[in-house]
Write a protein that binds this ligand. Structure first.
Ligand code: AMP
Length: 116
C-alpha cells in the first residue's frame, strides 16, 4: 500500500487547492509556497513515491506529466518566453512530499539552481 500524502488529500478534495488542470492520469495545482510567479505542481493520480520508485510501466505517465506541463505553458502564453520543470527526488534532491510530482516554474528569468 502506498503512502497517504498531502497530495493524496488534495486529490480526494479533503483539503483545498487551486487546481488548474485535471485529467484521468493527473492533477495540477498551484504550489502553496511559490518559488516563481508561476509555480504549478503536476501530480500523477497513481501512487508513486518519487522518480526513484517509478518503473518502466510508468514511462508513458512520466511523458504525459511533462507534456501536460508544456501544454499548460502554451495555453497560458509563457511557453515562448520559457519555463523550467523540476523533479526533486529523496533527501538530497529536496523532496518533501513523497508522492511523485513535477514542478513547473515560470514567469520571470529563473536563477541558477542545483547548488548546495
Ligand atoms: P518537493 O519539495 O519537491 O517535495 O515539493 C513539494 C511542494 O509541495 C513544495 O513546493 C510545497 O510548497 C508544496 N506544497 C506543500 N503542501 C502544499 C499544499 N497543501 N498545496 C500546494 N502545494 C503544497
Amino acid at each position: 500500500m502506498g503512502e497517504d500524502t498531502i497530495f493524496h488529500r488534495i486529490m480526494r478534495r479533503e483539503i483545498p487547492a487551486d487546481v488548474v488542470y485535471e485529467d484521468d492520469d493527473m492533477i495540477a495545482f498551484r504550489d502553496i509556497s511559490p518559488q516563481a510567479p508561476v509555480h504549478v505542481l503536476f501530480v500523477p493520480k497513481k501512487t508513486i513515491r518519487g522518480l526513484d520508485a517509478a518503473g518502466d510501466e510508468d514511462a508513458e505517465l512520466l511523458g504525459r506529466l511533462a507534456l501536460a506541463a508544456a501544454a499548460y505553458a502554451r495555453r497560458e502564453g509563457f511557453a515562448a518566453k520559457g519555463y523550467r520543470i523540476v523533479m526533486n527526488c529523496n533527501e538530497d534532491g529536496g523532496q518533501t512530499v513523497f508522492q511523485m510530482h513535477l514542478h513547473l516554474l515560470a514567469g520571470a528569468p529563473l536563477g541558477s539552481f542545483g547548488t548546495p
